[in-house]
Design a protein around this ligand. Structure first.
Ligand SMILES: [Zn+2]
Length: 414
């Protein structure tokens, strides 16, 4: 069996017992098949008695279970161990204009319960007031859960806007109208520690890495389009933050210097071609100029749920609706330009298309690949897969959970 970890903990006796225990748990968790105590000894270099006592503790905590006997050529068949994702749970908070959702997942990224909370982000209330209300709801929710469910092991918060993940400060969120809001500090008293806050696109791509399409990758770029635009970049298993936590904010990346005028003062910014708001603004401009097709389309779009507008446009484009054909063609071309630039900048092995509607992202993947291929052709040694995300609309909550788990397991040595 090739573990590819090359880890040997024998030389690390100064590591705390908790770190060793977490390392063993992480090894069991990452193993695609159940694993024996002897396997763990061989991989970690720790002694048999240490492994035995730590596995016993992990079993007592219900994080590891015995699942039967393995094969052996000689001697006793070894008892196999497996990770129990139901042993603890993670609390998640998704703050994504216009609403807030709180939820609980197991350690395998399965959403066990989630519900929207009654807080109006559009009402103009101060962020401290909003976050206090979220905190109160979260505390009650966690206490109610823990009366019967497994203990909460940590809390992840996925927030729309620029967040410095190291400090948990929301630097700027245009849709929430927040600037320099200490989200972590304000929510921490109400939550189960550790609490981590990140931009929701970073959470989405972490979710794909932990539980979705990118589980075997270390260098990943996720690009979100539809309701919002942005990217999440993971290099060597670590989320890229940038100096103020704004890395990956590619909404104003220039994809067409002569393109549509953007509110930032430049032309041809990516957001104008790939977000619903911008496409609606473009249609309004056309309608004001007397474009009848744009007027009709705007009426039809009123009944479409946010997050699903692009899918609708693609469907009618396929039926020959000319204006939608142009919009979808611009979407694909400009996503292609942005992805090619991200590939050249970060050299990932995988690019994940992130959209609330998984089947829509899947339906675009092939055409996006056709756009990207010639743009990176001369760099064919970059070899990268472009795929649709697997988590769809669950990506935010599962991503918040992945954010908490990523921090918990960061101290593991594997
Ligand atoms: Zn712009």
């Amino acid at each position: 069996m090739n573990w590819g970890y090359g880890v040997n903990l024998r030389g690390n006796i100064q590591l705390s017992k908790e770190t060793n225990k977490l390392t063993i748990l992480d090894l069991i968790r990452k193993s695609k098949t159940p694993i024996s105590r002897a396997d763990i000894t061989r991989i970690t270099g720790l002694t048999n008695p240490t492994i035995s006592s730590m596995v016993a503790e992990l079993m007592e905590e219900n994080l590891v279970v015995e699942v039967g006997l393995g094969e052996t050529i000689v001697g006793r068949r070894p008892i196999l161990l497996d990770f129990n994702p139901g042993g603890r749970a993670i609390a998640g908070v998704v703050i994504d204009y216009p609403g807030v959702t709180i939820g609980i997942t197991d350690l395998g990224g399965k959403i066990l319960v989630k519900r929207p909370i009654d807080v109006n982000l559009a009402g103009g209330a101060r962020p401290e007031v909003i976050l206090q209300k979220i905190g109160q709801e979260l505390k009650a929710f966690i206490e109610e859960w823990e009366m019967n469910g497994p203990k909460i092991w940590g809390t992840g918060v996925a927030l729309t806007g620029g967040v410095n993940g190291r400090t948990g400060i929301c630097i700027e969120s245009r849709s929430l109208n927040w600037i320099n809001v200490p989200v972590k500090e304000l929510l921490e008293p109400w939550a189960r520690p550790p609490l981590h806050v990140a931009n929701n696109i970073r959470c989405m791509i972490l979710g794909e890495k932990w539980f979705g399409v990118a589980q075997d990758e270390k260098d990943i770029v996720g690009i979100r389009f539809g309701k919002r635009v942005g990217s999440g970049i993971i290099i060597d298993d670590n989320i890229l933050e940038g100096s103020r936590g704004m890395a990956g904010e590619i909404g104003h990346l220039t994809v067409d210097p002569n393109g549509i005028e953007c509110f930032c003062g430049n032309r041809g910014c990516l957001r104008n071609y790939v977000t619903e708001d911008s496409i609606l603004a473009r249609l309004h401009l056309l309608a004001e100029g007397g474009d009848e097709q744009a007027k009709l389309l705007l009426t039809k779009l009123k009944s479409i749920q946010p997050g699903f507008m692009l899918k609708f446009l693609k469907r009618i484009a396929e039926d020959g609706h000319e204006l939608s054909e142009r919009i979808i063609s611009d979407l694909i071309s400009n996503l292609g330009f942005a992805i090619a630039n991200l590939i050249k900048s970060f050299n990932p092995t995988m690019v994940v298309l992130l959209n609330e509607d998984r089947s829509f992202a899947e339906s675009l993947a092939e055409e996006v690949i056709l756009k990207v291929d010639p743009l990176v052709e001369l760099l064919s040694n970059l070899s990268v897969n472009i795929v649709a995300g697997q988590l769809g609309e669950d990506a935010h909550m599962v991503g918040a959970s992945a954010l908490a788990l990523d921090s918990i397991f960061k101290t593991s040595m594997v």
